[in-house]
Design a protein around this ligand. Structure first.
Ligand code: C2E
Ligand code: CA
Ligand code: CA
Ligand code: CA
Length: 274
């Protein structure tokens, strides 16, 4: 048994060592990708649910890897976060996204981007955002930062202050993935939120049989948000039935494959020009 145990450790160590080599290789690839501009924002439309009209876009990062093709965040964001590289990658992406929206989308459309906990640790995050908006020519009222409840755990007071200063400057905030994770209702009234995004886990339950529980949860979230003057975006709408249910419940905005999948900006602007 002792022999076996040792062997198992040896195998484990090897796997661990290989994992570390992979991580190191990935880190240097990420650095190279940043230098060579291999990251690209994809835009997913956010629609008004009444008539499916596009009102804004969420910027989602993609990596055009020279060998492995188009990579999604699940393939690299974790390592980018652990190595601290996500900050440089995100700032580049945010700036490119804002510039593209300012130049190519109608002026009433907004853009949202995903802000991770690392960014919110910097008390000058708001100053950096405003400088970036200035450089790109995007009006502050057209930007919404998406934050998750997890990002608030560290230091809710300091995050609240950063978001409050952004709000004073006109930049909105959305609470992402609402209903998953920590879901402290106290965030809802203590944070300066313009929007709340209902996690797709609830949306995807809506058209299943015996879905009355998620219908109740979604109705409660809508009632609470509206009482607090927060607009609601439903995430991950994939079927007509989900869309119809959300419309009938009074949910104002949504996104999902039914309404449009993430795509390069040219896809959307070409569609608009007909
Ligand atoms: P998220 O912010 O919750 O983004 C929504 C994810 O759901 C996106 O995955 C989107 O492509 C996907 N999605 C959209 N509609 C549907 C649908 O109808 N059905 C299903 N099943 N999925 C749908 P994606 O692009 O792979 O992004 C995954 C996560 O990576 C995001 O989750 C966000 O947390 C993170 N992320 C994305 N872009 C960035 C970025 O620029 N910076 C940072 N730090 N994180 C990012
Ligand atoms: Ca998001
Ligand atoms: Ca989300
Ligand atoms: Ca998420």
């Amino acid at each position: 048994a002792k022999e076996l145990g040792r062997k198992r450790f040896a195998i484990f160590d090897e796997a661990l060592a290989k994992g570390m080599v992979d991580v190191l290789a990935m880190e240097s690839e990420l650095r190279k990708a940043l230098r060579q501009n291999e990251f690209e924002p994809y835009f997913q439309p956010i629609c008004r649910l009444g008539d499916s009209r596009v009102v804004g876009y969420e910027a989602l990062i993609r990596w055009n890897h020279p060998q492995r093709g188009l990579l999604r965040p699940s393939d690299f964001v974790k390592i980018a976060e652990d190595s601290g590289l996500i900050e440089a990658i995100d700032w580049r992406l945010f700036e490119v996204s804002c510039r593209l929206l300012a130049q190519q989308a109608p002026s009433e459309m907004f853009i949202t981007f995903n802000v991770s906990a690392l960014h919110l640790r910097h008390t000058d995050f708001d100053t950096r955002v405003l400088k970036m908006l200035d450089r790109t020519g995007l009006a502050p009222s057209r930007l919404i930062t998406e934050v998750t409840e997890g990002a608030l755990l560290d230091n809710p007071e300091s995050v609240r202050a950063v978001l409050e200063r952004l709000r004073t400057a006109g930049v909105g905030a959305a609470l992402d993935d609402f209903g998953t994770g920590y879901s402290s209702l106290s965030y809802l009234h203590s944070l300066p939120l313009r929007m709340l995004k209902i996690d797709r886990a609830f949306v995807q339950e809506l058209d299943k049989t015996g879905s009355s529980n998620s219908t109740t949860v979604v109705a409660a979230i809508l009632a609470l948000a509206h009482a607090l003057n927060i607009q609601v975006i439903a995430e991950g709408i994939e079927t007509q039935a989900q869309l119809q249910t959300l419309v009938s419940m009074g949910c104002e905005m949504g996104q999902g494959y039914l309404l449009g999948s993430p795509a390069p900006i040219s896809h959307w602007t070409n569609v608009q020009k007909g």
